[in-house]
Design a protein around this ligand. Structure first.
Ligand code: SAH
Ligand code: DHB
Ligand code: MG
Length: 221
């Protein structure tokens, strides 16, 4: 199987199981018009995040890496009217597009979008005692994944889920000859999670419209 087949199956899954209302076609179209990189989670992955957050009744979600708000909106729909998604984005242009998408989807009241480097702003979130998140989705600059994971853990309640995107990277995670920042960041994340007694975790490989990659999924004890 090749990427084209993976995409065809993702399209099949989306056509069968993701309704027009859920699909956020206009969000993806606006991102494309604004020349944002097409590195959002895929529709089946976005719905997976939504289902997992819904399944644990998440009301407070932490997201690192907003881009155009596609994953943010899937998560905002899961937290309900009184819930909140705090999401960090370093690029003001991405954040501006995200704000417009979030507003169009009627999710502005549920989303607290903060613009700047996440590692500089997470201490502030901690100081606000805005913690006790039920769910975290980490999807920003990959070299910082272990640091983001440590913050997500610190800010999460027992039973919370922490999900990290792009941890397989076409197999680079398990290929010692690959030493780019993404591969090193993924291995550092696995090492940190393996050494962390406060979580139980796994990772699942995925193929689809976004190629060969995977999620790490951890549950706070
Ligand atoms: N979660 C989004 C995709 C995020 S893409 C979705 O699935 O729809 C990664 C995003 O992380 C990009 O928009 C990038 O600008 C942002 N990013 C990169 N470095 C960052 C940093 N240090 N702090 C916050 N955001 C960062
Ligand atoms: C990249 C980032 C992502 O979050 C992703 O899902 C795919 C690619 C990137 O930076 O290239
Ligand atoms: Mg990603």
């Amino acid at each position: 199987m090749v990427e084209e087949d993976w995409r065809r199956v993702d399209d099949y899954i989306a056509a069968a199981l993701i309704s027009k209302d859920e699909a956020q076609e206009e969000t993806l179209a606006k991102n494309a018009r604004e020349n944002l990189p097409a590195i959002d989670v895929s529709p089946p992955q976005g719905k997976l995040l939504h289902l997992l957050a819904s399944a644990i009744g998440a009301k407070r979600v932490l997201e690192i890496g907003t881009l155009g708000g596609y994953s943010t909106i899937w998560l905002a729909r899961a937290v309900g009217e009184n819930g909140k998604v705090v999401t960090f984005e370093v690029d003001p242009r991405h954040a501006e597009v995200a704000r417009a998408n979030i507003a169009r989807e009627g999710m502005s009241a549920r989303v607290d979008l903060r613009v700047g480097p996440a590692l500089d702003m997470l201490p502030q979130l901690e100081a606000e005692r805005a913690g006790s998140f039920d769910f975290a989705f980490i999807d920003a600059d990959k070299p910082n994944n272990a640091a983001y994971f440590a913050y997500a853990l610190k800010l999460s309640r027992p039973g919370a889920l922490i999900i990290v995107d792009n941890v397989v990277r076409e197999g680079a995670v398990a290929d010692p000859s690959k030493t780019d920042g993404g591969a090193l960041g993924a291995r550092a994340l696995f090492d940190a999670v393996a050494a962390e007694g406060r979580v139980e975790a796994t990772a699942v490989q995925t193929v689809g419209a976004k190629g060969w990659d995977g999620f790490l999924i951890a549950r706070v004890r």
